[in-house]
Design a protein around this ligand. Structure first.
Ligand SMILES: NC(=O)C1=CN([C@@H]2O[C@H](COP(=O)(O)OP(=O)(O)OC[C@H]3O[C@@H](n4cnc5c(N)ncnc54)[C@H](OP(=O)(O)O)[C@@H]3O)[C@@H](O)[C@H]2O)C=CC1
Ligand SMILES: N[C@@H](CC=O)C(=O)O
Ligand code: NA
Length: 428
């Protein structure tokens, strides 16, 4: 049994987990694929860095090209991150006939179609299960499990860092800054956590899920993005008071052939299963025309859950090697991309307004909604303890994004509205 040789690019949080699993589960793995899987070489930035695992120093290099061009290596496992440079490494690895396993959603969201096309040309596998929702096998599920169905909606908590922060703020009253520092320390956050908190990491993952679910080429620029940096403890408290949990939700939904994809802080009704997903856990809810409701749950980030998906992808590559069927499994989007207009994007909204506490105010506000055909589900007014003003919480029925934008514009000219404090999408 000739061993299958793996070259690792990166030995950080995820790379370390990959080494641990490949070493710790070697017997199980080799009996599944019929060969030992061994790590031949590892590229790192700092070869002399102290590591939490023991590594033969002869395997380490600071030159990724040495790994990519090593003729002994069959599979390149890319867990170093980044886009520029990494894209070139991946394309060259494919040119050298090597299969790729990557956890890099930035790369797959931006250059996935180029990399997958090259893989098909070179009859190589490119698997990227760890790039979305860490340890949850959601990519495999969309490609294989739902190959027979038509996906109508995908709704996901796909960023562990922000779910950790929102959960800490909601359940323990932790400050945003402290919760983010903890998420960094636990290895959940990206090298630059701005992409977590501003929703970009989730947007990249939703672009990948949208492409797989709708079989159209969804690009990052097609995803409307808002992060959690403006979510206050007060917003979370108001959400709770009305029976909702605040979550950073990626939502991809379609009507017939037209779809929209967004990432935004969303108030989710407490009885929806996704509202109960807390901490670093992720969940992806998928509604298929035939299957109906399904939901997949698990750790979305962290060393061992993410490495589980990476190693499962290595196993898949090796099984294909044995069968001689590499390069056949990537989904090439074949449907035309038709994005919904703002008139077609409809959902419920929550608004928190600070208003003058005097007669006729409510009438002026409801008039604005009536003007733009937005119907209201509930209106709650309460005094504001710190000012002579009042606060009004409003939940609308489903309304088009275009009409809601008009209402908000109208509010800018209303003297009785001191401030629109918050606006959130509502689900469930
Ligand atoms: N952390 C997580 O929970 C998850 C991460 N991912 C993705 O996995 C990838 C890796 O993440 P993570 O393990 O957290 O990242 P880390 O920052 O922990 O590790 C990065 C590794 O890559 C090495 N590296 C960086 N740049 C270079 C370079 N130019 N040449 C050679 N080696 C380099 C570093 O070397 P050195 O150690 O010497 O500094 C380090 O070992 C990213 O794409 C990330 O988005 C996906 C899902 C979950
Ligand atoms: N930073 C990401 C890591 C996994 O993709 C997250 O927090 O989800
Ligand atoms: Na996954």
């Amino acid at each position: 049994m000739k061993p299958v040789k793996v070259g690792l690019l990166g030995l950080g949080t995820v790379g370390t987990g990959v080494v641990r699993i490949l070493e710790g589960h070697q017997e199980d793995l080799s009996s599944q694929v019929g060969s030992p899987i061994i790590i031949e070489k590892i590229a790192v930035k700092h070869a002399d860095k102290q590591r939490s695992i023991e590594i033969d120093p002869a395997k380490l290099t600071e030159d990724p090209w040495e790994v990519i061009r090593d003729p002994e290596i069959d599979v390149i496992v890319e867990v170093m991150g980044g886009v520029n440079g990494t894209r070139e490494f991946m394309l060259e690895a494919l040119n050298c006939g090597k299969h790729i396993v990557t956890a890099n959603k930035d790369l797959m969201a931006l250059y996935g179609s180029e990399i997958l096309a090259k893989a098909t040309e070179k009859q190589c596998d490119v698997f990227y299960e760890a790039s979305v929702a860490g340890g949850i096998p959601i990519i495999r599920t969309l490609i294989e499990g739902f190959s027979s169905d038509r996906i109508i909606k995908i709704m996901g908590i796909v960023n562990g860092t922000t779910n950790y922060i929102l959960t800490k703020m909601s359940q323990e009253g932790t400050s945003y800054e402290d919760a983010l520092a903890e998420a960094k320390q636990l290895g959940y956050a990206e090298a630059d956590p701005t992409s977590d908190v501003e929703g970009l990491d989730a947007a990249r993952k939703m672009a990948i899920l949208g492409t797989l679910g709708f079989r159209a080429n969804v690009e990052l620029s097609d995803v409307q993005v808002r992060g959690i940096s403006s979510v206050s403890k007060e917003d979370i408290a108001y959400a709770k008071r009305l029976g909702y949990e605040m979550k950073l939700l990626g939502i991809a939904d379609r009507d017939e052939e037209e779809f929209s994809i967004s990432v935004q802080p969303t108030m989710v009704k407490k009885n929806h299963p996704i509202a109960a997903v807390n901490g670093v856990f992720n969940a992806v809810y998928v509604f298929g025309e035939a299957v109906g409701e399904t939901m997949f749950y698990g750790a979305g980030a962290g060393e061992m859950p993410t490495a589980t998906s990476v190693v499962a992808d290595i196993v898949a590559v090796v099984k294909n090697l044995k069968l001689g069927v590499n390069g056949l499994k990537s989904i090439v989007p074949y449907k035309p991309k038709k994005l919904k207009s703002d008139e077609q994007i409809c959902y419920k909204n929550f608004l928190l307004l600070q208003v003058a506490d005097k007669a006729g105010v409510l009438a002026q506000i409801t008039q604005a909604f009536a003007e733009y055909n937005v119907s209201l589900e509930s209106v709650v007014q309460s005094p504001n303890a710190d000012t002579p003003d009042a606060e009004i919480m409003i939940v609308t029925h489903r309304a088009s994004k275009a009409n809601m934008d008009q209402v908000l514009k109208y509010f800018e000219g209303l003297e009785v509205i001191r401030r629109v404090k918050s606006v959130y999408r509502v689900e469930g």
